[in-house]
Design a protein around this ligand. Structure first.
Ligand code: FAD
Length: 387
């Protein structure tokens, strides 16, 4: 590489997006990933908001499942079902990463399959050491995910991380399922892909041990008669930053920047990280193309942080709070089942059309106006199943 070049370490959605946008603008880019298109532990759900903003993901002729139906089960066993206006796309990560990496390569980025063992040098002269070679670059984009050893920022504390455990299980379906659990700041999900389910569970790393989460998931799957003999187990960590952590996140320094999970940019309530990986990488590329790298932090603070910080402030109340004499989660599912207005709100929240900013006031108004319907059905909306 000559002196004017950008190295992207990590070729997940964030790294591949940064590489593609920069290469499309004529920048010299080398992307280094140890696995390239692989089945990274994930649900693989991409919201309509992400698909609208990055329409190539909706238009690409690749395998994925389009799903509109959502089933919610509360910790107390209440159920609700609603349909999204626009479908969620559920990708296998091997397919999604492959699509993104092909796009980067077609744009002109050089793709190298290597593990980066060490990053040395200095701004303007970075040296990425792999087993085969040393790759030099003037600017460094670190997109190596949550569990990367490169210390460009302080590692997230256990209280800022979620543990996850899951199975890929042969089969498919046409709706997503989410079960909230008593005593767990997280949930079980069942996402149907084209030929298998991604079934998983997440919970705060410092609260519920992963083996306990795994057992809860296995009990849930057994109750639904899933056969795990052909299934593949996975486990990973996921950023779930608290509001104070978000305010202090380091996003960039002299000659380098962090994007996606490596920067800690994940919704701390839902664990949605794909949109923020794509968006942060896009914002960084825009800043570099404009010749003003420092614009990146400002863009993230203006566009992404208000959403994530609001989510982080709601997270505790969402998972552990009470409303009208019951758990918020039970009431949320009960109101969703009883009222069309609440279902419309849930639909907008799930699709990404309604962000967290402004949600509190809107939810309050919607819930109050739905109260007569909910009271009418109070007797009929008793829990049907203890989950
Ligand atoms: C179980 C689970 C379920 C999830 N479900 C969803 C979901 O349904 N929807 C959603 O929006 N988000 C979901 N997420 C979050 C989502 O997976 C992440 O936010 C997203 O993958 C972040 O993308 P990224 O490119 O930043 O990082 P990653 O996808 O983690 O990519 C990092 C890349 O860096 C490479 N790498 C790491 N170290 C090195 C090295 N030393 N040398 C070379 N390469 C290296 C890796 O091989 C990897 O390809 C889920 C996460 C988990 C754990």
């Amino acid at each position: 590489m000559t002196s004017e070049s950008i190295a992207v370490v990590g070729g997940g959605p964030a790294g591949a997006m940064a590489a593609a946008q920069l290469a499309l603008a004529g920048r010299r880019v080398v992307l280094i990933d140890e696995k390239l298109a692989w089945e990274k532990p994930c649900g693989g759900g991409l919201t309509p908001k992400a698909l609208q903003q990055y329409s190539f993901l909706a238009e690409a002729e690749v395998e994925r499942n389009w799903v509109r139906g959502c089933e919610l089960v509360s910790p107390g066993g209440r159920r609700a079902w609603f349909e999204l206006e626009q479908p969620i796309a559920i990708f296998s990560r091997r397919v999604l990463n492959g699509l993104m990496l092909d796009r980067a390569q077609e744009a002109g980025a050089e793709i190298v399959r290597e593990r980066v063992l060490a990053i040395g040098g200095e701004p303007g002269d970075w040296r990425m050491r792999t087993r085969q070679a040393e790759i030099g670059a003037t600017y460094l984009v670190l997109a190596a995910g949550t569990r990367n050893p490169f210390r460009f920022s302080a590692p997230l504390a256990p209280a800022d991380l979620m543990a996850t455990a899951g199975y890929y299980i042969p089969g498919s379906g046409d709706s997503i399922h989410i079960s909230f659990l008593r005593g767990v700041e997280g949930y079980i999900w069942l996402f149907p892909r084209r030929d298998h389910f991604s079934a998983g569970i997440c919970g705060k790393l410092n609260a519920t041990p992963t083996h306990q989460l795994r057992r809860m998931l296995e009990e849930f799957l057994a109750r639904r008669h899933f056969n795990l003999q052909q299934a593949t187990f996975y486990s990973h960590v996921l950023p779930a930053p608290r509001a104070a952590t978000l305010r202090q996140l380091t996003l960039q320094g002299d000659g380098w920047a962090l994007v996606g999970d490596a920067a800690g940019l994940v919704d701390p309530i839902t664990g949605e990280g794909l949109y923020y990986a794509l968006r942060s990488a896009d914002l960084l590329a825009q800043a570099l193309i404009a010749g003003d790298a420092s614009r990146y932090s400002h863009s993230v603070r203006r566009e992404i942080m208000p959403e994530l910080e609001t989510a982080a402030r709601y997270a505790d109340r969402f998972y552990r709070g009470n409303f009208l004499g019951g758990a918020v989660l039970d009431r949320m599912v009960q109101f969703t089942a009883a009222s069309r207005r609440v279902r419309y709100l849930m639909r907008d929240v799930f699709s990404g059309a309604q962000g967290y900013v402004g949600l509190r006031r809107k939810a309050y108004r919607t819930f109050v106006s739905a109260l007569p319907e909910v009271l009418l059905r109070w007797e009929n909306s008793k829990p049907v199943l203890a989950e």
